[in-house]
Design a protein around this ligand. Sequence first.
Ligand SMILES: Nc1ncnc2c1ncn2[C@@H]1O[C@H](COP(=O)(O)OP(=O)(O)OP(=O)(O)O)[C@@H](O)[C@H]1O
Length: 349
Amino acid sequence: MSDLLIEHLNFDYQGNKVIDNLSLMIEKNEIVCLLGASGCGKTTTLKAIAGLIKPSEGFIKISNKTVNDKNVFIAPEVRNIGMMFQDYALFPHLTVAQNIGYGLLSRDKTFKRDRISEMLHLVKLEDLGERYPHQLSGGQQQRVAIARALAYKPSLLLLDEPFSNIDHQVRFQLIEDIRRIIKDQQVSAIFVTHSKDEAFAFSDKLAIMHQGEIIQQDTAKMLFHQPKAKMVAEFLGQGIYLDAQYQGGQCFKTSLGDVISTQAVDENKQKGSLYVRPQYLSLQAKSTESSGIDDVTILSKRFMGTRYIYRLKVSAQEIEVVATDDGLFNTGDRVDLNILPHPVNFFIN
Ligand SMILES: Nc1ncnc2c1ncn2[C@@H]1O[C@H](COP(=O)(O)OP(=O)(O)OP(=O)(O)O)[C@@H](O)[C@H]1O
């Protein structure tokens, strides 16, 4: 069963299309990340879900309740949505406990007291209930924000760049903690970020967004192994394109030699290009009998303590490849590049 269903959503700002026939589904207790370049429409999508803007067209259902359709527009305050943003947005004149209890104003005193203490325990801030927001660290403020967003048991949680103001050193611990808290409370969540690392650490699935559309929604592993579009493959990490011809079985012929796929291939796709990621490239000393016909040159080399990073030029493309030892390679060297068997990404041109 889905906790959020969006179909054919459209929205424009003064004639400028920002959401373009967007569809998205979030299963019960699932955390989905909207990932995409700046300006692709992520925040606008969250605003449409929250009811802060009115879409020109589209269907939105939250936990079995239609909140947007042709003749339906449910007001934001009755959509039962919790929200958390990058700037914490805590009330500065209220204590931590009062901030957490803010959405429970209509509930009786005992319920409110118990729920605040339950939430303080959940976010491990039991001793800080009487402090004011300015007396907390950024990470502690975000814990209060999540406690406040969850206190009234929302059907859906919206998180817009909640970790971007948090120091890098503590960010991933906080991501792990907040993910645990959300899972513990069995709430579905939709999370917006620019950062792939945050998206991988925090969410169950990623929805890759481009120019107001969801291009593909799946687990990070599936998106890596079976991207439906070049844009998805490129967005998830660097690689080089090689012209390729399908040879039968699991084999493709490229200008750097034959490439073997470790996953099933579509035999109907014959000619196109492979997108090869750096972890599948291995550097070799130039051999006179090398089968590769593409020219590969080392542009630069960086020592990183435990590894070396070589920046390579492969015909007209550039890519960085990691090697664990110094090898014999120096800037300007021409080398061979072997492609290890891997789950290939093959696109018809
Ligand atoms: N109030 C507004 N009036 C007009 N255009 C707007 C308004 N808000 C956003 N836009 C435009 O809509 C597009 C989508 O904006 P949105 O904030 O949804 O993108 P985003 O993917 O969240 O970007 P970022 O990652 O930079 O926050 C952008 O081109 C933006 O300039």
